[in-house]
Design a protein around this ligand. Sequence first.
Ligand SMILES: Nc1nc2c(ncn2[C@@H]2O[C@H](COP(=O)(O)OP(=O)(O)OP(=O)(O)O)[C@@H](O)[C@H]2O)c(=O)[nH]1
Ligand SMILES: [Mg+2]
Length: 361
Amino acid sequence: MKTGIIGLPQVGKTSLFRILTKAVLSEHALANPREAHLGVAKVPDDRLDRLAAQYNPKKLTHASVEYVDVGAIGQEALKESGYIGHLRNVDALAHVVRAFEDPSIAHTGDIDPLRDIKNVEFDMIVSDLGQIEKRLERLEKDLKKMRTPELEKENELLGRAKLHVEAERPLREMEMTAEDKKRIRGFMFLSEKPVLYVLNVNESTELGKDLEAAVAKYKLGEVAAKPNAAATAICGKVEAELAEMSDEDAAEFLSSYGLKDSGLTRLIRTTYALLGLISFFTIGEDECRAWTIPVNTRAVEAAGAIHSDLQKHFIRAETIRWDALLEAGSEANAKAKGILRLEGKEYIVQDGDVMHIRHSG
Ligand SMILES: Nc1nc2c(ncn2[C@@H]2O[C@H](COP(=O)(O)OP(=O)(O)OP(=O)(O)O)[C@@H](O)[C@H]2O)c(=O)[nH]1
Ligand SMILES: [Mg+2]
């Protein structure tokens, strides 16, 4: 899974990228705001950590998310093929919005997250509209030569998409059938991508409360409730300090601000929810590991996420919820208590399942 970090100039995109990925950027990379940065973030998961504490495996592997940090968005930037190419290729957008006050860091106008969001969305919509119009022109010519049902369907769909974006609405809000979605996928429209608005707020002594209240305070409730959208808040300054600490120090630091989780944990978790992703675990003395799958995935496909051979030769999945396993103390105990289930191919894997795939290969 890949997420693109976007936003207006100087809102904290690169700061967020560095905190998420702990990437160390060279002076050269930092001095080039137009250069994209790529990195990988570990998906924090307390459930996996607790399982690992019980199993003490040689290797502990969290799920991961790729991030790409691009320069500030704008209509000019969106005309550059390198820039837009990076963004087209992501599964989701993390849209960083400035809510922190700092006179030393330039921002166009007052702090107004809703206005900034609208402006950025507008730029993406304009970019998509250009692409739609270009394709429609081409289709008009092709349809004159040859009317195939496939071309006609595409023409109809893009005609609808055009009206939609002309009304200044992002494509992620357009109603589409699964077939429409498949047909439109190849265009990789920017305004179609699920978006997480990330408010970058001021540091404060009551940060826990302030972070919780931020979405309402800046009136993002409505935009976050739209289809394929969500909102969360972080404090870039505090997160940057956290990123440098050991886990123990970080926990103490968090509680001193009245926080349970870091903003990053919430950010990544919200992204998972937004994209309809869940985790299941495989555990053993060699490795404890988290795997990412879409909700409503059948056991046989989940096995395929681990290895295609496991999917091909799938027999059954020994399954137990992570917390039931912790309570039982071991798989052997769970088996003895009769709480280890044997699930077949059709079983819909649940978030937090621990699975052991039995196979014949
Ligand atoms: N006060 C304050 N400053 C911040 C915060 N987050 C980032 N900054 C500062 O804002 C400036 C811009 O941060 P960046 O992370 O480089 O922002 P950006 O969005 O990547 O900027 P461009 O790529 O140039 O558009 C830096 O000087 C940061 O130190 C914050 O939460 N509070
Ligand atoms: Mg930057």
